[in-house]
Design a protein around this ligand. Structure first.
Ligand SMILES: C[S@@+](CC[C@H](N)C(=O)[O-])C[C@H]1O[C@@H](n2cnc3c(N)ncnc32)[C@H](O)[C@@H]1O
Ligand code: SF4
Length: 395
């Protein structure tokens, strides 16, 4: 039954976290772990048990899966038969949308033709490759264990197998000039991709780069310089036919990432696997937040004992929902649709924002506030975090 036949049918997305990597990149604070030995067989049974438990936690309303995202860590290290088992388990419990998008993140050094074909046969139809930089010197600085040629080879294979291909690049690296970035991004946009994510290098607490930056082993570009690079990114991507639909994401027409839009539009999703977060639909139309144990061993023990690895599960208050939806929604270029905001959060839009601040920022040409929408202007986009700190009404 589709939505037309059943107006109560709600779309949901599934995030599957695979927490292992071959090595730890010095900038990365994602839940990723290097293990030489692990009981992977036990691990896959645990994913299946967790899906089963979560299914029983969700109230009984008609749901259909619109997207599945295998993220990490490095999910391209998963054997394709694990991916297939997870997808077929999900299909046993929920209906799949006709337009189901199944994305998988891959590292250029953990894939080959056979593996990519295996993922495709398992059901994956969108591949996102962590290219990060298009020169070997910067790849080395970023602690990546692949070369630029290896990335290009992996992408070439991927583009012949998957209709939807995306790459990630990190910019704002120490000593990277604006003209270096212009050239690098222009070459990237000529690659066989229809989506690109461009992330400014951020120095996260607890990472090797945090210590290195503190010890002045390298100097990060200042904020103004980063903003210039951001503006350059917007111009060059647009010239190449990519639309900037979110602060860090650009797509050719009809190739936006369905899964990530779930987050930004504040739609419900289920998180499975170590460290995964979820925002499951609640009976009253709200959300239940879930967070799984992060350490793979702890998660696995918990699933073996309880059938799931949930470390935290709590209903989110209407005010929290409103704040989350503002923080996520303003990342979108098209901004927040106030009517959808009210449906998804149960809070009146005007109660969630500080009217005087909205007016002040509108006069400064940082935001546009119409009856239907609130969005950032071109000038406001680099200032997202500061703007949010002014307009959010609830702490
Ligand atoms: C889950 S991670 C990585 C996926 C995959 N394991 C890889 O490394 O290619 C998703 C993306 O976040 C970006 N990222 C991670 N840490 C970052 C940081 N500190 N600054 C900027 N981008 C970062 C990288 O571009 C990375 O590809
Ligand atoms: S950036 Fe990717 S490969 Fe590197 S440690 Fe993080 S998740 Fe693993």
């Amino acid at each position: 039954m589709n939505k037309k036949n059943n107006p109560l049918l709600q779309q949901i997305s599934i995030y599957i976290h695979w927490p292992f990597c071959l090595s730890k990149c010095p900038y990365c604070d994602f839940n990723s772990h290097v293990r030489t030995n692990f009981d992977y067989k036990k691990m896959i049974s645990a994913y299946i048990s967790e899906i089963h438990s979560i299914k029983n936690f969700i109230h009984d309303s008609p749901l259909e899966i619109g997207s599945i995202f295998f993220g990490g860590g490095t999910p391209s290290l998963m054997p394709p038969k694990f991916v297939e088992k997870i997808i077929s388990t999900l299909e046993r419990y929920w209906k799949f949308s006709d337009k189901l998008e199944i994305s998988l993140e891959a590292n250029p050094n953990s894939v080959d033709l056979v593996k990519f074909n295996g993922f495709k046969n398992a059901g994956v139809n969108r591949l996102s490759l962590g290219v990060q930089a298009l020169n070997d010197k910067d790849l080395k600085f970023l602690g990546r264990s692949h070369t630029c040629n290896e990335s290009l080879k992996a992408l070439d294979i991927a583009s012949k197998i998957f209709k939807k291909t995306s790459i990630d690049l990190i910019y704002g690296r120490p000593k990277q000039s604006t003209s270096d970035w212009e050239l690098e991004l222009s070459s990237a946009l000529k690659l066989p991709i229809n989506h690109i994510s461009l992330y400014q290098l951020t120095i996260e607490k607890g990472t090797q780069f945090f210590t290195d930056a503190r010890d002045k082993k390298f100097i990060m570009p200042n904020e103004n310089y980063q903003n210039t690079m951001f503006n350059i990114s917007n111009i060059i991507t647009e010239q190449a036919g990519f639309t900037s639909y979110e602060i860090s994401n650009y797509a050719r027409p009809n190739f936006t990432c369905k899964h990530n839009l779930t987050y930004w539009l504040y739609k419900p999703y289920i998180g499975i696997g170590p460290g995964a977060h979820g925002r499951m639909p609640a009976k009253d139309g709200g959300r239940v937040a879930t967070r799984m144990h992060s350490k793979p061993e702890t998660w696995l023990d918990a699933v073996c004992s309880n059938g799931h690895g949930i470390a935290q599960k709590s209903a989110i208050s209407a005010k929290e929902r409103a704040t989350e939806a503002l923080i996520l929604g303003l990342r979108l270029t098209e901004g927040i649709n106030k009517k959808h905001f009210e449906t998804n959060t149960g809070v009146k839009f005007n109660d969630a924002v500080i009217a005087s601040e909205i007016k002040r920022l509108e006069e400064k040409n940082y935001i546009v506030n119409s009856e239907q929408k609130l969005k950032l202007t071109k000038h406001g986009r680099p200032l997202l975090n500061s703007i949010l700190s002014h307009i959010v009404a609830y702490e």
